[in-house]
Design a protein around this ligand. Structure first.
Ligand SMILES: C[S@@+](CC[C@H](N)C(=O)[O-])C[C@H]1O[C@@H](n2cnc3c(N)ncnc32)[C@H](O)[C@@H]1O
Length: 420
């Protein structure tokens, strides 16, 4: 019906199970839930949500590919960053890595393999992963490829203080911010043209529809309206009137999304360390680009078997739902938490600043020893292209580096602060 691949019987049964749980949740909540609760359940409902259950998710057989799944060069560059950062700031002290949302464990594996080669393995590598299924997958994968280091990899169950940890940490999060639940809102002109109406999107049950759920728009209550206004107007200096500029009779409303929980989430992450940095790598842009009048459909997207589409009510629990990251909002939240913004750059510039060129040369030289060097070399060239080309991940993906404590900064790509 919607042009998406048909579900197998097993997939349908799994999706139906989560749908029933969601229907109950909606009924128990008085008939409607905010979009953020719906997104949270679709992605993280224990044992049933997209990330918490068994779907392949990553790679060719899954729904999307992330940078570490494309090339080990990505993890090697992050390892180089760790090694340099440690040398400059923690030469005689332990510096642990804390990875948020580690996916299949591929990034952890690539970073640690490279750090082992250059004799800079951290004492501990912590992983904070919300999905039980992915935690298991990470354990199996990392045990296999790093049997001698596995006892130094520790999975954190929550954001509580980490025991036996000196507080020095390099926090890494690749494509985690885009997976955090957001609220959907709409702006419309009042009928008399005097001012703007703010709507919040909710999800209700509708058993007569094939997808069983329906999205509805309700005039925002005072709390949501004030929360949205203080975020958009006060914090991000976005004039709501400006957003309506490009609207016309065909597109009479401006729709977008916002993570109203971001600062509280970041403060939990911040409390994990006493000194160090946080690297957030993700697709997104600054607030002016995010909330641009022409972006009146927002950035929410679903990924199912390598098709990107906007139908978040389809394939409940079987597809990824994500929104681009508003890096200005992350930077503002960081400032409120008294973190320093060390850099905001593009993925391409970050990787090139971390020896992507020389690392690729080594990889190319090693490929000469394989049984099919030409195919290997073409594959390496492709990997570099996808990671760095402006129309691939190079420019849409950004790296935001936040700093806690008085530390020496190091080169990490040309800063783009003016775009924050
Ligand atoms: C899009 S995947 C990216 C995975 C991996 N970093 C990569 O680049 O391949 C998002 C990851 O973040 C995890 N995640 C989402 N929200 C989280 C949270 N609040 N705390 C920890 N992990 C989270 C998901 O379970 C998943 O592992």
């Amino acid at each position: 019906l919607n042009g998406l691949p048909k579900l197998s019987e097993l997939e349908q049964a799994h999706s139906d199970k989560l749908s029933r749980a969601l229907q109950n949740k909606i009924t128990q909540s008085g008939g409607k839930i905010p979009f953020s609760d719906f997104m949270n359940a679709c992605l993280y409902a224990p044992g049933l949500g997209y990330y918490s259950a068994g779907a392949a998710k990553f790679g060719q057989s899954g729904d999307f590919v992330t940078a570490p799944e494309i090339s080990d060069l990505f993890g090697q560059c992050l390892a180089e960053y760790y090694a340099q950062f440690k040398k400059i700031n923690f030469n005689h002290e332990a510096l642990s890595i804390i990875e948020l949302g580690a996916g299949t464990g591929k990034l952890a594996g690539d970073i640690l393999t490279h750090l082992s080669k250059i004799n800079t393995l951290p004492e501990r590598y912590y992983i904070l992963e919300i999905s039980g299924e992915l935690k298991q997958r990470q354990k199996i994968y990392l045990e296999k490829i790093l049997p001698d280091y596995i006892q130094n990899i520790i999975w954190l169950d929550n954001l509580d203080k980490i025991s036996e940890f000196n507080g020095n940490g390099l926090i890494l999060a690749n494509e985690v911010l885009d997976a955090l639940p957001v609220e959907l809102f709409k702006l419309k002109r009042k009928k008399n043209n005097q001012g703007i109406e703010i709507y919040q999107q909710w999800i209700i049950n509708n058993p007569s529809l094939p997808q069983k759920f329906e999205e509805i728009s309700l005039l925002a209550d005072k709390e949501f309206e004030e929360n949205l206004k203080s975020n958009l107007q006060t914090n991000l200096e976005i004039n709501l009137e400006d957003l309506l500029q490009a609207l016309n009779t065909e597109t009479p409303e401006y729709q977008s999304e916002i993570n109203l929980n971001l600062e509280s989430w970041l403060s939990g992450i911040d409390r994990l360390i006493t000194k160090g940095q946080m690297l957030f790598i993700d697709y997104g842009f600054g607030a002016r680009e995010y909330y641009h009048p022409s972006r009146h459909m927002g950035t929410l997207m679903c990924h199912f078997k390598h098709r990107a589409h906007g139908d978040f009510l389809a394939n409940i629990g079987l597809q990824d739902i994500t929104a681009h990251v508003n890096f200005t909002q992350v930077a503002m939240a960081a400032k409120n938490l008294e973190l320093t913004i060390d850099n905001y750059t593009t993925q391409a510039e970050f990787l090139l600043s971390q020896n992507l060129g020389p690392l690729a040369e080594v990889k190319l030289a090693l490929s000469g020893l394989s049984h099919n060097p030409t195919a290997q070399q073409i594959s390496i060239a492709n990997q570099i292209q996808v990671l760095t080309a402006p129309h691939e991940m190079g420019e849409l993906f950004k790296v935001l580096i936040l700093q806690k404590g008085d530390l020496d900064s190091m080169p990490s790509g040309r800063p783009h602060f003016h775009r924050l």
